[in-house]
Ligand binder design. Structure first.
Ligand code: FEO
Length: 170
């Protein structure tokens, strides 16, 4: 059973994950428009991952007998200066999400909500991976600049595929 406060905070997190999906979909659309199909693929896989994050929380609230409440998703930007700009904004956004997950964990600890603490472990680990991936791509983008290297990186990002996470948190 979730406290009212915990339920509200988890519902907020659904909205943040949905916005993340929307933001990466916008980046995918922008990449496609620029002819960078590999970047477009990477961001579309990221979009799919974010949707599964939202659904994980959706399922958890239901499982705990809570009520899911959906809120309006804010409009993401549609213009970006460059691939580097998109990944710097991605990293910045993921740091915001990490902070939000940490705050959820703080609340679960404060409320002695052991089930939610266990549930959130998966998200804590996921955020480490997400920030590491973004940092790695930012480093490569800084290395290659705008020329042929960008084309090579686009090919590399084209290989990313979506793997659904396990249905239950582990
Ligand atoms: Fe759902 Fe990118 O964190």
């Amino acid at each position: 059973m979730l406290s009212e406060k915990m339920e509200e905070a988890l519902n907020e997190q659904i909205n943040k994950e949905m916005y993340s999906a929307y933001l990466y979909m916008a980046m995918s659309a922008h990449s496609k428009h620029m002819g960078l199909d590999g970047f477009a693929n990477w961001f579309m896989v990221q979009y799919q991952e974010e949707m599964t994050h939202a659904m994980k929380i959706y399922d958890y609230i239901n499982e705990q007998g809570g009520k899911v409440k959906l809120k309006a998703i804010k409009e993401p930007p549609s213009e970006f200066e460059s691939p580097l700009d998109m990944f710097e904004k991605t990293l910045e956004h993921e740091k915001f999400i990490t902070k939000s997950i940490n705050e959820l964990m703080d609340l679960a600890i404060k409320e002695n909500d052991h089930a939610t603490q266990i549930f959130l472990h998966w998200f804590v680990t996921e955020q480490i991976e997400e920030e590491a991936n973004d940092n790695e791509i930012i480093a490569k983008l800084k290395l290659v600049g705008d020329g042929n290297g960008l084309f090579m990186l686009d090919k590399e990002l084209a290989a990313r595929t979506f793997t659904p996470p396990p249905a239950k948190s582990e």
